[in-house]
Design a protein around this ligand. Structure first.
Ligand SMILES: [Zn+2]
Length: 239
């Protein structure tokens, strides 16, 4: 039992060191990930705007051709007006002229709308290009920083993970499972040292009888409040 408890204490120490290594990275991994997403979204938006812009030019050219052809029709109808013999013919041609004119007006409005959208798209694209350049520079810098930091600690991390594996195989599965469950739920601590008759994890008072059991290391004693496995601080045991 004593050996199992001492393995657990060592496991917690290794997990503390692993957690410290992770904390040294700060929020750098999240920053890199976020910049990556920003760049991806930006690239997608640029593609979308460029596609819309191309389609607009095609639409606009098509409308301008239609306007030219309608203007030709309009000229012909106006010439015909001078040749008509009856009021009925005159009214009929005027109706045609109105229809053609409406068609021209409608297309001219569409052309204007397309022009203004094109201006908007040009501005949006310029703005996007600027933010993409900034994000890309920032990404490169932070990504390199992260890779360097990971490289620096890689050896230590592998060493700790190897030591951890060796300890884990020596622990009974239910004990390890309990430790892991509590560690993940309680800020990375599955084992808590006793501090002045209280659980060092949650500071609940430990009954005297339990304190004796903890000191004897004869059984697993769990904190009744937080569930952590209670042990004496190994530094105190030695001294
Ligand atoms: Zn506790």
């Amino acid at each position: 039992m004593r050996e199992e408890l001492s393995n657990l204490i060592q496991l917690q120490q290794i997990d503390d060191e692993l957690m410290e290594l992770e904390m040294e990275l700060g929020d750098l991994p999240q920053q890199v990930e976020k910049l990556h997403t920003t760049l991806d979204e930006g690239k997608h938006a640029v593609e979308e705007y460029e596609r819309e812009s191309k389609e607009n030019v095609i639409k606009r050219n098509q409308l301008e051709l239609e306007i030219d052809s309608l203007n030709e029709q309009l000229t012909k109808y106006k010439e015909q007006l001078f040749l008509v013999q009856t009021n009925r013919e005159y009214d009929a041609i005027n109706t045609e002229i109105d229809t053609v004119q409406d068609g021209i007006n409608e297309r001219e409005n569409q052309v204007l709308e397309l022009y203004s959208r094109e201006e908007e798209l040009t501005e949006l694209l310029e703005e996007l290009h600027r933010t993409q350049i900034t994000a890309s520079e920032e990404f490169k810098e932070k990504d390199e920083d992260l890779k360097n930091k990971l490289e620096e600690t890689e050896g230590e991390k592998l060493h700790l993970q190897h030591q951890r594996e060796k300890l884990v195989v020596r622990l009974k599965k239910p004990v390890y499972n309990h430790y892991e469950r509590i560690r993940k739920a309680r800020d990375g601590k599955g084992v808590a040292y006793v501090y002045t008759s209280a659980c060092g994890g949650c500071f609940s008072t430990i009954p005297p009888q339990r304190l004796v059991e903890i000191e004897n290391m004869s059984d697993f004693i769990f904190c009744e409040t937080c569930g952590r496995i209670l042990v004496m601080n190994p530094d105190n045991i030695i001294s």
